[in-house]
Design a protein around this ligand. Sequence first.
Ligand code: SF4
Length: 448
Amino acid sequence: MTLLRVAFQTLGCKLNQLETESVADRFLAAGAEIVPFHIPADLYVVNTCTVTSKAEQKARHDIRVALAKAPHAVVVATGCYAQMEPGALAALGERIVVISGDLKASLLSLARWLSDNWQGHGELLHAVLEWQTELEGDMLSLDRFAFHPERFAMHSRPALKIQDGCDNRCSYCRVCLARGPSVSLPAREALARVRGLEEAGKAEVVLTGVNLAQYRSDGLDFAGLLAFLIKETNSIKFRISSYEPERVDEAFLAAFANSRVRPHMHLSVQSGCTDTLRRMVRPYEAEQIRRAVRSLRVARDDPFLAADIIAGFPGETDAEFEATFDLLSELDFAWIHAFPFSPRPGTRAAAMRPHIPERVAGERVERLLALAGRGKHAYIQRWLGREVEMVVERETADAPRIIGTTENYLKAEVVTDSIGGMRPGEAVKIMIHDASKRGHAEITAYLA
Ligand code: SF4
């Protein structure tokens, strides 16, 4: 392929990040140059998200920025927002090609197709449109689990997509509408891919999906899959991207207790008030959240536990919010991802009343974020002076320092004079020394 400069922008979840990385890997393999999104490129790929109106706004903004930066470039917009509202994205300009989220896997063929059929002759836009037309005949054979890069150029800790879609119908969510019903990667194929990563020297794999708790394949649920993968591999560690509180059962806890599973859990909590949870159509009550957190702490020594919370859901009274706040304070999460409620077209919650004023929802988010800050501080203090495993990500510009993520999900900056020979993706033992004030690092540490 004539040297094509391609830039990627990903919004939303870890699954989107993995899918972008897989497409980028195909472009690299075809000889393209991957450039940062903020510089002029020939082709931009924007992998969008529909979870909030802000995420959609950002997608539109990023597309406009790309077109302003490189007016002759082609912008390919894909992802959940492209699935739900293709017209809104197509209307942003004439050089935009919208690939709906359910056809995203087709992008894996674009690099090779351009390399075989275009080679720099003629308009890139015409070539991409021709590829899109050819693709239409082949849509049914798309494999949603084809997103498995050979090289992980964007992340040192590789992710493995084992599940997609969701069978729940939470009243606020349209990810389930955008990505359709739950589907799972067969367990044998998951094993083959994890073995491949292990053989490639990766220390850790992040198991990823829209709703991992809905994993079902070959008679295995998610806990069964995790136990199977641990048994059939040698040393690679497993990180669970997120999980549902009501599915933290005995089998899951037995798998989570294994030292090859990272002591880190992101729980999809959403609210700590049972009445609010009912309106959200979440399949659990506040007490189940309490039980899940307590049993996760029994299974592992002070794991990093985080929670997702929506503040200002329709009808959320002050008392309901205080119930959530009190439960989160009691459970002492190491982090809280707090978002104001965002009404999504096509969902039941969009029509629910009464709306909570933006100002009130914003104040609730502020209180939750302050609580999250205190939780993170307390968590780090408890780990000072302790030894943990860390996956190396990169050197800092002012070496000799390396950045990595610890087993319990802290961003670490490690002061060392033995950087040579350390490869991204490799695991090292470190001793946590202090809370960090530098850049994105949360702790400073030394090699143990
Ligand atoms: S569990 Fe609920 S919030 Fe999560 S993807 Fe499924 S429908 Fe959406």
